[in-house]
Design a protein around this ligand. Structure first.
Ligand code: FES
Length: 120
């Protein structure tokens, strides 16, 4: 029997909140579990997205930023990040934030936090 294997570490799953506590236009910060960074979860017009909470420029919480469409603007120096890709649209942030998979089951929003870069 052929066996294929992918080089991925199992995601860490964080419980974020109940879906009714994250209406469109809102965000929530989820504290880190062991081996993970804090993440921010956004409801962008009914679509849920999760990214690392800490801005890649300095130490600001993106969950406290301004959400517009699929973009969040950092509350400290206004760098904007695309929630779908994590890419900054311009300075002062130069590096992307990581994106994470979000699932909803029985009304509970969960974030599947990807392994840190270099953890494989
Ligand atoms: S801390 Fe986010 S843009 Fe400076």
């Amino acid at each position: 029997m052929e066996h294929s294997e992918t080089l991925t570490r199992e995601d860490t799953v964080l419980v974020a909140c109940r879906i009714e506590d994250l209406p469109p236009g809102e965000s929530v910060r989820v504290d880190a579990a062991e081996g993970t960074e804090a993440v921010a979860v956004f409801n962008a017009d009914g679509e849920l997205y999760a990214i690392d909470d800490t801005c890649t420029h300095q130490d600001a919480s993106l969950a406290d930023g301004w959400l517009e469409g699929c973009t969040v603007e950092c509350p400290l120096h206004a760098a904007c990040f695309d929630l779908r890709t994590g890419m900054p649209s311009g300075p002062p942030a130069k590096r992307p934030v990581r994106t994470h998979r979000v699932t909803v089951e029985d009304g509970v929003v969960r974030v599947h936090v990807a392994a840190p870069v270099g953890a494989l």
